[in-house]
Design a protein. Structure first.
Length: 586
């Protein structure tokens, strides 16, 4: 349905429990689209399964994928836990190995039998969800007063001995990540991290890219159209042949400015060959271009009117000067003016090896990884001058306010945001992160949660975060509250922010924030995907690959005075951009 242009997205999911289950087909259509026609198309697909049966070849491919996914789950702590939980608690088996044997025993006849039993049109329920820019509130009830989970202490409470000892012992996390790094002759930076927890290898790549800086004038949206065309295969393998080649080796692949492939280690070379074929030689067929172009335009037509998009757009306008590249906007009109030559031209200019980093992680040696990556990506060449992908630095913003109506919500979502006048490479950002952990990063343990939620009952959720880029930095506080509580909650936010500048945080707050940040670092290595994506991000951002170790060293040494100085230097409570989404604040 999607490649044919009949749906923006389509899928079928099944969730079976011991005594019950749910299966559902999903189809997404653009605002103003024909839901009845899409429903008819989806029912016809389901009916065709019953009439013609399921292809034995596809059943075998699905079995291989399911078995491969069990192997991939070993690559993450939660994934491995989920595999055992699924086997024991839901399937009534003794181990994930039993699930592998069960998958291998499935036949095409089994699948047909289950389809005929459960894809019963007489038992189908159809629901159509049509978004609107505004509507009637679903409820008129607000938060209603301060929260009371238990009796609140009137003074600081001493920790139990075991907690006091754990908090006092700020052990530095020990990194087990020591990648091999090299640069290929064509400029690709290759990072290899051997791991042997499973018989799999994963490849994650990225191209330094920023569409608003690189799309030619008058071609806004060309990057989005290009991104949708990678799913149509390569110049040597069309969409179906390319997917079959992936199925044959139980691989998962995606291409674009962010590209990846995961496969069993025995098929590592073939997987990289297919990834490179898709990334370096995308098919970009003319008939598919028309489909993706229309789908993109239809998606934009609804998205540009959505409250969520207008909310984000409103605070960006308040943060950056007029004419800033980040204000460029793809529209249905700009997308429908594009030609296939525009897409090919953008690909040729933006996709180049001297902007690429590739991380290989899994059961592979650095020597084998380099041999295979260089064999299939080494012919990639760059033409013309290297494009500028960094946004220009911007001045700090003046204060402003905006309201984005969303009458389908009874409560307001509020963002208080400001530009900082600094960026990712400012060493004081570590002190700012420690301070933010105290202010809004610790939920119940944070000042914002205590003052806005626990004590006053003004909000249900509140959080704060710094956002760091190579040339820009931002600070944001977000909360949700009733319309008549917006200004009162804002005052408390600004008071707490000012307090961070007026006096040092307490030693207890400092040690708690340090402990949290230090102990959060090992969790970033809880899966091979997390490790690889962090290495990729650090490489593309120009940070050291051991940034986690560098950050830990900073966090452990930071003082309360340094936190106060950083907040006083970079935060400006009087210059917040306030954007409210929901009913008009009262």
């Amino acid at each position: 349905l999607v490649p044919a242009g009949k749906a923006l997205y389509a899928d079928f999911e099944a969730d079976g429990l011991p005594q019950a289950g749910l299966g559902f087909a999903v189809g997404v259509f653009p605002k103003g689209g024909d839901s009845a026609m899409l429903t008819k198309e989806m029912r016809e697909v389901l009916a065709s399964v019953l009439k013609g049966g399921v292809s034995a070849e596809l059943v075998e491919a699905s079995k291989r994928q399911e078995i491969a996914q069990l192997e991939f789950q070993k690559n993450s702590v939660p994934g491995l836990a989920n595999a055992w939980s699924e086997a024991l608690a839901f399937q009534g088996l003794h181990s994930p190995e039993d699930m592998i044997r069960a998958f291998r025993a499935v036949t095409a006849a089994d699948v047909d039998r289950v389809a005929h039993r459960y894809l019963d049109e007489r038992r189908m329920i159809t629901a159509v969800l049509t978004p609107e820019s505004s509507g009637k509130p679903i409820s008129g009830k607000g938060f209603g007063g301060a929260e009371s989970l238990a009796s609140s202490p009137e003074k600081p409470v001493p920790l139990p001995d075991w907690a006091e000892q754990a908090l006092a012992n700020l052990n530095m996390p020990q990194s087990t990540i020591h990648p091999e790094v090299s640069t290929l002759p064509n400029g690709i930076k290759l990072i290899v991290q051997p791991e042997d927890v499973s018989d799999t290898v994963s490849v994650y790549g990225g191209i330094a890219n920023r569409a608003v800086m690189q799309e030619p004038k008058g071609q806004d949206g060309v990057s989005q159209v290009l991104d949708g065309l990678f799913e149509y295969g390569s110049t040597s393998l069309d969409r179906l042949a390319f997917q079959k080649a992936l199925d044959d080796i139980s691989a998962q692949e995606s291409a674009g400015t962010s590209f990846s492939v995961q496969a069993p280690s025995r098929d590592f070379e073939r997987a990289v060959q297919l990834l490179a074929d898709n990334e370096l030689h995308p098919a970009l067929p003319a008939d598919a271009f028309k489909v993706v172009q229309t789908q993109t335009a239809r998606f934009l037509a609804g998205n540009l009117e959505s409250p969520d998009y207008l909310f984000q757009r409103a605070y960006v306008k308040g943060l950056v000067p007029a004419g800033d590249p980040s204000l460029r906007e793809a529209t249905p009109q700009s997308v429908m003016k594009l030609t296939l030559d525009d897409v090919r031209g953008y690909y040729a200019a933006a996709f180049r090896p001297d902007l690429v980093s590739i991380v290989v992680i899994g059961k592979v040696t650095p020597e084998e990884a380099r041999r295979v990556v260089e064999k299939y990506f080494g012919t990639w060449t760059a033409k013309g001058p290297r494009p500028t992908t960094d946004l220009p630095a911007i001045p700090v913003n003046p204060p402003s306010e905006a309201v984005v109506p969303d009458q389908s919500s009874v409560q307001d979502q509020v963002a208080l945001v400001q530009s900082l006048g600094t960026d990712l490479f400012n060493p004081q950002r570590y002190a700012l992160e420690v301070g933010n952990q105290v202010l809004g990063g610790g939920f119940y343990a944070s000042r914002l949660s205590r003052d806005l939620r626990e004590k006053s009952g003004l909000v249900y959720t509140v959080s704060s975060q710094f956002q760091w880029g190579r040339t820009r930095g931002f600070y944001q506080v977000s909360y949700g509250c009733d319309p008549d509580k917006v200004s009162q909650a804002r005052s408390l936010v600004l008071n707490d922010l000012a307090a961070m500048q007026q006096s040092p945080i307490s030693e207890v707050e400092l040690s708690r924030a340090q402990a949290t940040l230090l102990r959060r670092i090992p969790l970033k290595a809880a899966s091979m995907e997390d490790v690889a994506r962090n290495l990729l991000k650090y490489s593309l951002d120009g940070e050291p690959l051991d940034e986690d170790v560098v950050a830990a060293q900073h966090y452990a040494k930071i003082t309360a005075a340094e936190v106060q100085a950083a907040f006083k230097r970079w935060l400006r409570p009087a210059d917040m951009v306030e954007v409210v989404k929901g009913p008009e604040p009262k």
